[in-house]
Design a protein around this ligand. Structure first.
Ligand code: FES
Length: 121
């Protein structure tokens, strides 16, 4: 199984798991304020290693709108297929206004995922 590393800890994750859910299911309280629909960017992570070479068109559009292209990725738009090390950018502990992280994201990437090589975007 792939390993997701966060803050020096390693978690075994079933291949095919949405990264946002893999993070949350290991008790890291990452934001997902829009419920994983590529509308909020609160699920964004910085990759230390293992950044996927593809992105959904929805992720690319939202990162561009928010000014995060080349800086961060949306964990709700990424499926864990290999080892990766990430740094969540917005968590329940880091955002004083939040009383929760947002509605649970579905198991499948939405909107319907169209993965495109980043080099072509
Ligand atoms: S963009 Fe909102 S949860 Fe990912």
């Amino acid at each position: 199984m792939p390993i997701v590393s966060i803050d020096g800890k390693q978690y075994s994750v079933a291949a095919g798991t949405r990264l946002v859910n893999a993070i949350e299911d290991n008790d890291v309280h990452i934001g997902h304020r829009c419920g994983g629909k590529a509308k909020c960017a609160s699920c964004r992570v910085v990759f230390v290693s293992g950044e996927p070479l593809t992105a959904t068109t929805a992720e690319h559009a939202k990162l561009g709108e928010k000014g995060f292209l080349g800086v961060a990725r949306l964990s709700c738009q990424i499926v864990v297929e290999h080892d990766m090390t990430v740094i969540p950018q917005m968590t329940l502990e880091s955002i004083p206004d939040w009383t929760d992280t947002g509605p649970r994201c579905l198991d499948n990437v939405e909107p319907e995922a169209v993965f495109v090589p980043i080099s072509t975007l």
